[in-house]
Design a protein around this ligand. Structure first.
Ligand code: HEM
Length: 208
């Protein structure tokens, strides 16, 4: 997995991301995993509290889920969980005090979608995550300082679909079985873009 970001433009949305990939052919995860981040234009000097995320995760025939820990470890950080079902990609924001089924995140973080796609091996989601870079769950507080130009992030993938997949607040998960890891993500100047506000305005789809 790279620490220095790879900059790429999502063709469908035109959004430019810093991205980090776990390749599918190194034995770490089947199908590969990519997370990308785009930030408000001043985020490398003033800490931002939102970002636009890109997730491309493995899911064989619409089955599977993936997640990102915005803290690095699974515990005590805001967790983004995403999975496909029929033609929709669902998400749930979660928080885990231990290594068991994470609770619903009770803070005011919110995901709205810009685009999603699903094929026989992957699903892709481009989403806005507001109030996501600072979290507090029952006094367990933390965040990402975008002005530091660095974040510790965690990834995870799994093959079975969540239980109750069309009810994000009521999903059940098995322990992930398709790889996991923590990485240091360097944010460079390509992550913070003058077009951020215009891109964020495209996040009009709420999936609940
Ligand atoms: C690691 C259990 C859901 C993110 C782990 C580990 C366990 C575990 C036991 C440590 C494994 C090891 O070190 O060998 C579970 C169970 C879950 C669950 C039982 C649900 C029933 C999630 C979710 C996310 C997540 C929803 C993110 C959205 C991570 C990450 C790691 C990890 C990033 C690696 C970093 C670390 O060790 O803290 N999980 N997990 N997990 N989990 Fe989970």
């Amino acid at each position: 997995q790279n620490n220095e970001p790879v900059t790429f433009t999502d063709a469908e949305s035109g959004i430019v991301f810093n991205s980090w990939t776990v390749p599918g052919d190194t034995g770490q995860t089947q199908g590969g995993f990519t997370f990308g981040m785009a930030l408000p234009s001043d985020a490398l000097t003033t800490d931002a509290n939102e970002f636009i995320g890109y997730l491309k995760c493995a899911a064989a025939d619409n089955k599977g889920w993936c997640g990102v820990s915005l803290a690095g470890p699974m515990t005590n950080g805001l967790l983004i969980t995403a999975w496909p079902n029929a033609d929709t990609v669902y998400t749930s924001l979660r928080f885990a005090g231990g290594y068991s089924m994470p609770d619903l995140y009770a803070g005011d973080a919110k995901i709205t979608q810009i685009r999603s796609s699903i094929d026989s091996e992957h699903f892709t989601l481009v989403f806005r995550c507001q109030n996501c870079l600072h979290w507090n769950q029952g006094g367990s507080e933390g965040g990402i300082s975008t002005s530091s130009g660095f974040a510790v992030l965690g990834w995870v993938q799994a093959f079975p679909s969540p239980g109750n997949p069309t009810c994000p607040d009521q999903i059940s998960l098995e322990q992930h079985d398709n790889g996991m890891g923590i990485w240091g993500a360097v944010l460079d100047s390509n992550a913070a873009n003058p077009s951020y506000s215009a891109w964020a305005a495209k996040a009009t789809k709420t999936v609940t």
